[in-house]
Ligand binder design. Structure first.
Ligand code: PLP
Length: 397
């Protein structure tokens, strides 16, 4: 007996590829500062726990497959406040944005089709593509100009007759770029010209710094029939463990199939949906405080990274990531070495090598994704570890 070729072809998630080395380092007593995983360390608003504590039923039924009505109502209201016209009956609640993405891919592609995205991209997009037996196409973006979108021509040269959609994370994981209205409209125009769906992954919507006006694909009227909007409470409310996301569309045929997929896995956790509905009632002060915290971390990490000789870095405007080019030939080897051979006072740092965020391109080999999800006071020490490590590593090589 063998396992499928399809499953063998799915790569390990880029953020976890060094896991076994980290485990060994921890067993050996090393303290590791995790800059490799984008799980926010902020507290989930009290509303979530209060709502769950107030559940007075002792039966726990399945929720409706497309999600509880109260949660869909809250999300619809939230969208409307953001100038996005999505009704409760255009939303399906999912097990995180992760399931929303798989539902979207399954609904609009057949085996052998492909989806166009940016290089670099959120690495689980590719694992999702391979689960659905579809391919990737990717247009390159570069550290030198802060990963801005390339021209119309450079993007469309990657489209072929099996391309079904453009998928974009905005604000971006892994680069932290926040696309401007002009860039969002460029993608929208391409989708119209080439008759493609747009899968807009806007899970970091609230994390746009410097008073940057976030512009959603949901605000463009002309693309509403081709837009599939993916969302989540994982980052917005720091509630990764609740596993609540959503997939929304005004396209009735697509919606019908999304609901069918939702039915096939019965439901999403009733308890977590009750908590999530309460989260959508928190006021904007929560977001402003969290955003301020992350912006301060972004500023601190940039100041510290600038002290590293030979690094290429830029100013990310959102999410909680930065993807610099490191002064090494192979960032994965370096990241491994950080765990196996390096420490100061028995402490080291873990980063996500860039190559796992690229499709068919070597440009990520020197890059690393750094997630600033550690306390702001720890950032100088953590980046200093990286700085000293780079000096030692380059001396050795
Ligand atoms: C861009 C992006 N999309 C989707 C997800 C998945 O989020 P969820 O926890 O809602 O499944 C993540 C998680 O890191 C992400 O960064």
């Amino acid at each position: 007996m063998d396992v499928s070729v399809r499953v063998k072809e799915i790569p390990y998630s880029a953020t976890r590829v060094l896991g076994p080395y980290a485990e060994k380092a921890k067993k050996d007593g090393k303290k590791i500062y995790h800059l490799n995983i984008g799980a926010p360390d902020t507290s989930v608003p009290e509303e979530f726990f209060k709502a769950i504590a107030n559940i007075d039923s002792h039966v726990l039924p399945y929720a409706p497959s497309k999600g509880r009505e109260d949660l869909r109502n809250e999300i619809s209201n939230y969208y409307k406040e953001k100038n996005i016209d999505i009704n409760p009956d255009e939303i399906v609640i999912t097990n995180g944005a992760s399931e929303a993405l798989i539902f979207a891919f399954t609904t609009i592609t057949d085996q052998g089709d492909n989806i166009l995205t940016s290089n670099p991209f959120y690495s689980n997009y590719y694992t999702g593509f391979r689960q659905c037996a579809i391919g990737a196409r990717a247009f390159d973006t570069f550290v030198d100009n802060g990963y801005r979108l390339p021209s119309y021509e450079k993007i469309v040269e990657n489209i072929d007759d099996r391309t079904k959609a453009i998928l974009l994370s905005n604000p971006s994981n892994p680069t932290g770029v926040v696309y401007t209205e002009e860039e969002v409209r460029l993608i929208a125009q391409i989708a119209i010209d080439y008759d493609l769906y747009i899968i807009a992954d806007e899970v970091y919507r609230e994390f746009a710094f410097d008073n940057h006006d976030f512009f959603s694909f949901g605000e463009i009227e002309e693309i509403q029939d081709r837009l599939i909007l993916v969302d989540s409470i994982s980052k917005r409310f720091g509630a990764c463990g609740a596993r609540i996301g959503s997939v929304s569309t005004k396209n009735k045929e697509v919606y019908k199939e999304l609901v069918k997929l939702a039915t096939s896995r019965l439901a999403v956790s009733t308890v977590d949906q009750i908590g999530a509905a309460a989260l959508y009632r928190v006021n904007d002060k929560y977001f402003n405080d969290v955003k301020e915290q992350f912006q301060e971390r972004r500023d601190t990490i940039l100041k510290e990274l600038a002290k590293i000789d030979g690094i290429k870095v830029y100013k990310p405007e959102g999410a909680f990531y930065v993807m610099p080019e490191l002064p090494v030939d192979d960032a994965e080897e370096f990241a491994k070495w950080l765990l196996t051979d390096f420490s100061i006072d028995n402490e080291t740092v873990m980063i996500a090598p860039g190559n796992g965020f690229y499709y068919n391109n070597e440009i990520g080999k020197k890059h690393a994704r750094i997630a600033y999800v550690v306390n702001v006071d720890e950032i100088p020490k953590t980046i200093n570890l990286l700085k000293v490590a780079l000096e030692e590593y380059n001396k050795k090589n």
